[in-house]
Design a protein around this ligand. Structure first.
Ligand code: F6P
Length: 526
């Protein structure tokens, strides 16, 4: 594969509105990460729900994708000399991958990639300190304290500016720009300054906090103005859209205009109407159903159950290793469940045919941050404690895998599970819950789902649980294990109807139609 010649960014290094030269892409997706990364000389899909959801959309629509290649190989000598953060792993650019450290458009896996490189210092301030050290915890109910550092914020602003310049050089005249997530909240306003001719959408994949939390941010007004640069600002849930509208009114005096479709418009200083709505993201249902139908997947399910000792029940958790996901809550609940079953003499004790097992997949990430190091330590200690108390030789109670799995490997796990545990303390949506449901054509399997995940708005036939209440978590697990086959089938049938009713392509369609100016009924959500 070779890079396309004559890239838009080479044509327009400055990207100013008055001397601008358009790029050639009608649709430009902008996100922190590019959708693929080079690992051991091979392209693989980048981690995270955003990429999983958007990659198919980008391929289907022939768009360009502006993002960070996932390493800091292109760090400047100045940044290296300044000291810091050399421990960040460099992904190798071996023979099998293109070198994405150069500017330009690189066609890879059906998408035109436009890399924005980051130095190690920029990565630290923009990604670690602001995106994941200040915004991520605050937007997730402040379940960890945020660190607000003005010097880091100035780097966040500079990096957002670089993304915006790259977008401005890539998008065709009158084209569409779709900006994603909390790393890039200033980009909509910056792109508007550079390219007032294009349509700009912004979608936030994580929760948007209530006023009392957002008001803590030293840069609260700048963020609201940044987002109001878009024509459409989309959120996962109605409550998030309402929070944003209230904050826009409070912080920058925006007028609020209600339309008859239960959508809301926010009036800006420069007389534009910004459409604000809830667009709950989803998954590629057809892709998952196709993987589930493969004979190899069915055979893998049999092997998984056998490898686990053919237990009475398999409980499953699949999460990024993140303190928002409630992995600890679930491990503690599982330990209590095992205790109570032992007390009730329901089990065969420490036999090597375990009555119930928990499989926990924990996808590593953000390992440079103390909160993530601490979370890993806590979870691994808990896994050790549960196994210490409840395992027998060659027969663990918890199977803990700190790894990232492809969808081809995940779907058979979803199919093998009797109970899927999705217990985040706060989550924008949680696509794992929807993937589990889409995998269960057998209409069996029970979903235990946190009320604090966006998915709970739609998946109301799951066993909904408050993950902050330890007893409720144990009760939910017990209830899931005791459901009759008929009730499992009834619930799963309704869940599957909810997931099939709107997949990721419908989601993208609804957002882009709204960006094109079409009224999308009910887009504020119900
Ligand atoms: O869901 C929020 C998010 O930041 C997404 O943007 C991304 O899909 C995922 O988490 C992975 O996070 P990171 O890019 O920090 O590894």
């Amino acid at each position: 594969m070779s890079a396309a010649s004559g890239s838009a960014s080479e044509n327009n290094p400055g990207g100013r509105a008055d001397d601008r030269v358009s790029g050639r892409h009608e649709l430009v997706i902008v996100a922190n990460r590019l959708p693929v990364q080079c690992v051991d000389g091979e392209w693989s899909t980048s981690p995270g729900g955003l990429v999983r959801a958007m990659l198919g959309v980008a391929r289907g629509r022939g768009g360009a994708w502006v993002g960070w290649p996932g390493d800091t190989a292109a760090q400047t000598p100045e940044a290296t000399a300044a000291g810091a953060h050399e421990a960040i792993p460099h992904l190798p650019h071996d023979a099998g991958c293109l070198d994405l450290s150069t500017q330009g458009v690189h066609p890879v896996e059906g998408v035109d990639l436009v890399p924005v490189t980051l130095s190690a210092d920029e990565f630290h301030h923009y990604y670690e300190r602001i995106s994941n050290g200040a915004l991520w915890p605050l937007y997730h109910d402040a379940i960890r304290p945020s660190v607000f550092d003005a010097a880091s914020w100035s780097v966040y602003r500079d990096v957002n500016r670089r993304f915006a310049e790259s977008v401005a050089a890539t998008v065709a005249a009158g084209g569409t720009v779709w900006v994603h997530d909390y790393h890039l909240q200033l980009v909509p306003e910056m792109v508007r300054e550079l390219r007032p001719d294009v349509k700009i959408g912004f979608f936030l994949h994580i929760p948007f906090p209530p006023q009392e939390l957002f008001m803590r941010l030293p840069w609260r007004e700048e963020i609201i103005r940044g987002l109001l640069g878009a024509d459409v600002v989309g959120f996962q849930r109605r409550v998030a859209a309402e929070n944003f509208v209230a904050l826009a009114h409070r912080l920058v005096g925006s007028g609020i205009v209600e339309s008859d479709h239960s959508a809301v418009g926010v009036q800006t200083d420069d007389g534009r109407l910004v459409h604000v709505g809830a667009f709950p993201i989803s998954i590629d249902v057809d892709e998952i159903e196709e993987i589930a139908r493969r004979p190899a997947s069915v055979e893998r399910v049999r092997q998984i159950r056998q490898q686990l000792g053919d237990p009475e029940a398999i409980l499953l958790g699949v999460d990024r290793l993140d303190y928002t996901k409630g992995i600890d809550v679930r491990l503690a609940g599982f330990a209590s469940l095992l205790e109570s079953r032992r007390a009730g003499a329901e089990t065969t004790g420490r036999d090597c045919k375990p009555p119930i097992v928990l499989v926990q997949i924990a996808v590593p990430g953000r390992e440079g941050l103390d909160d993530y190091v601490e979370e890993r330590r806590k979870i691994e200690q808990l896994v050790g404690a549960v196994n210490g108390d409840h395992a027998a030789l060659g027969c663990p109670a918890v199977h803990y895998l700190r790894t990232s799995l492809s969808l081809e490997d995940l779907v058979p796990l979803y199919m093998a599970a009797d109970v899927m545990l999705v217990t985040p303390l706060r989550d924008g949506m949680n696509l794992v819950a929807k993937e589990f449901v889409a995998s269960r054509a057998d209409k069996s399997g029970v979903l235990v789902l946190s009320e604090f995940a966006g998915a709970s708005d739609e998946l109301t036939d799951a066993i909904l649980v408050n993950p902050h209440d330890p007893d409720a978590v144990v009760d939910a697990m017990r209830c899931a294990l005791e459901l009759s086959a008929e009730e499992r089938r009834e619930r799963m049938t309704l869940l599957r109807k909810a997931v099939a009713g709107s997949d990721v392509h419908d989601w993208a369609e609804a957002f882009l139609r709204s960006l094109a100016g079409e009224a999308v009924p009910g887009s504020l959500g119900d």
